[in-house]
Design a binder for this molecule. Structure first.
Ligand SMILES: NC(=O)c1ccc[n+]([C@@H]2O[C@H](COP(=O)([O-])OP(=O)(O)OC[C@H]3O[C@@H](n4cnc5c(N)ncnc54)[C@H](OP(=O)(O)O)[C@@H]3O)[C@@H](O)[C@H]2O)c1
Length: 298
């Protein structure tokens, strides 16, 4: 039997936000060797102990990538054009099973279709939830689900403040900004939970759901927090049709926000699972105010 620091964890998405967080947390824990998987290994030679080429759209590459791996972390990226998350995840699960992987960690999201009775159409949530059954039924000795929150980082990236028609700088959102409904967090902290699950599979390794939640806020509370730190941002509600015209994919994002308003991001009260995730991750995740002070300079 290999000791933990000889065991290898293969990380899909290692060059991205979620997978990158997993690589860094595993390295900081120094309990496992880390194999970073990417379609462009030559660009990322220093990323981990091993850097191996893998493409979720080319299942043949996954076989070699998962060889010798004790654990696999999988995230799929629906935003990349041409991505079929179900097909990619099924191929990864099959390859991991064939390679004898012992612990499979899948980054999932709530089933919006089921939670809302079909009212909201958010394929990048529901599509991930549909993959859970494939992971469960594969029969790995251990499997764990992690749920990434609404990244704080979105507010400086894809959903950064914009100049508004009234001349102010801020956000036009397709839902009621006064409703507290967004489970949020610093995506870099997802890694602690995933690394904790690999290190101590007993409790979370039987199909537990581990959500990372650093804060739970309304959009108004987000803006108020930033403005207390010296910003002068605005937020106002706009019709979903107006929001949907703002950028490619905005119609799905509008439905996602409207689902948050009706059901919250997580869709139900998962406080016991949040507490378990914090225990497995070994820390209380950073709240928005603290994160913003460090990362969102006025
Ligand atoms: N933004 C949010 O608030 C939020 C919240 C919860 C969940 N999510 C979900 O997070 C996912 C994106 O994760 P992220 O934020 O970590 O993305 P990211 O930073 O954009 O990175 C994407 C990663 O996916 C890898 N990748 C893409 N296609 C691949 C393929 N065919 N084969 C192998 N690797 C592939 C890329 O690897 P290479 O390019 O190196 O090959 C890269 O490392 C999305 O599915 C989104 O729905 C986002």
């Amino acid at each position: 039997m290999l000791s933990n620091n000889e065991q290898l964890i293969a990380v899909i998405g290692a060059t991205g936000q979620q997978g990158g967080a997993v690589v860094r947390a595993l390295q900081a824990g120094s309990q496992f060797k880390v194999c970073a998987l990417t379609r462009n290994p030559d660009k990322h030679r220093q990323l981990a102990d091993e850097v191996v080429k893998a493409d979720l759209n080319r299942p043949g590459t996954l076989k070699a990538a998962f060889e010798r791996a004790h654990g696999v972390f999988l995230v799929t990226n629906n935003w990349e054009e041409g991505t079929d998350e179900l097909k990619q995840a099924a191929a990864a699960v099959r390859a991991a099973k064939d390679a004898g992987v012992k612990h499979f960690v899948w980054s999932t999201l709530p089933d919006v279709e089921a939670i809302s009775g079909g009212k909201f159409h958010v394929p990048h949530f529901t599509g991930k939830a549909k993959i859970d059954r494939i992971v469960k039924e594969a029969g790995f000795p251990h499997h764990t689900f992690v749920i990434a929150p609404f990244y704080y980082q979105n507010l400086m990236g894809a959903l950064a403040p914009q100049k508004q028609a009234d001349g102010s700088f801020g956000w036009a959102v397709p839902f009621d900004p006064d409703v507290r409904c967004i489970h949020m967090g610093d995506v870099r902290e997802l890694g602690h939970i995933v690394a904790g699950a690999f290190a101590h599979p007993g409790e979370p390794g039987n199909g537990e759901y581990l959500p990372l939640v650093g804060d739970f806020m309304s959009f108004h509370e987000i803006v108020d927090t930033l403005n207390r730190q010296g910003h002068k941002f605005s937020v106002k509600q706009v019709p979903k049709e107006a929001f949907a015209a703002l950028f490619p994919g905005a119609a799905e994002v509008a439905d996602m926000f409207r689902y948050f308003q009706a059901h919250t991001y997580l869709g139900s009260d998962l406080s016991d699972r949040i507490a378990l995730a914090n225990k497995i991750g070994g820390r209380q995740p950073t709240n928005f105010s603290t994160w913003a002070r460090m990362n969102f300079p006025a």
